[in-house]
Ligand binder design. Sequence first.
Ligand code: P6P
Length: 337
Amino acid sequence: MRKIVTIERFILDNQPAHARGDFTNLLYDIALAAKVIAHQTTRAGLVDILGRAGSVNIQGEQQMKLDVFADDVIFRLCDHTGRLCVMASEEREDIIPIPQEFSKGRYVLVYDPLDGSSNIDVNVSIGTIFSIYRCREWETRGRLEDCLQKGRDLVAAGYILYGSSTMLVYSTGAGVHGFTLDPDVGEFLLSHPDIMIPEPPRYYSVNHSYFGRWTTGVQKYVRWLQGLDDSDVSPLSERYIGSLVADFHRNLLRGGVFLYPAEANKLTGKLRLLYEAAPLGFLVEQAGGYASDGRGPILDIEPVGLHQRVPMFVGNRSLVEKAEAFIREYDMAKEEG
Ligand code: P6P
């Protein structure tokens, strides 16, 4: 029988050289938030927490009761611990300062409290995504600049997937590790150590209904993924749940590519750089994959706004680089005239 390793034990045994109590305890805080949110998501159908909260978030999206709950849990678990200098949530317009009455810390927490929340009331898996940066300047309380950091500067990132089981997957820059929640004892136990995206890839994930809105390069790439037009790719199955964390997780464990390209009326695509693309890009590179906006690494994009969106191609490096090749040949060449 494999040894039983709790996430707390794993974090402590594997904390990076720069980490002191704050960093390690911040990861503990996130694991606790995951347990609290998981407890509600698995009961959402039983308690009055389903459905719309009657409010709209900064994205103009109807807020579901559960994503407001998740946002509140993370904030209330982390605002007073003295580990953070500032927070930013995908559900809120501006940065979230640490209240004056609490001491400030050395880290920044950027999070999407519940991505895919439109799937809540049809019982499809949903997820929380988090990113941890260092504060740029230690002596000042957190500012917007502390949140606007590129993915290459992440010190940790991860997600919680609320599905058939609840999993927490994270990296501090030393590989990607997955933990599965044992609800009976309330512990995340190490179940997927040292995750590497497998070869050959098996899936591609995209919303085909937008085919007519994509550039020529993206259209040709997707047809290539489908094995059409003299494609040389080994056959891939199409899997698209419409819940980013679930689609990403499947491709991470089985090999594949997820893409949400730019569209004629959405030149920057739909997904958010800070809350989705950068943390998942950090994870996939730690797992041997690659994340691109179609022209270059997601992790090298300098954010200019909290809610900045980017096109996203993420998964096996070979598949993502092929997307860049099609875009270079059919879109960028045309742009350069
Ligand atoms: P579409 C959910 O709303 C989300 O932000 C991601 O979780 C998901 O990958 C994407 O949007 C789905 O978008 O346009 O295909 O419905």
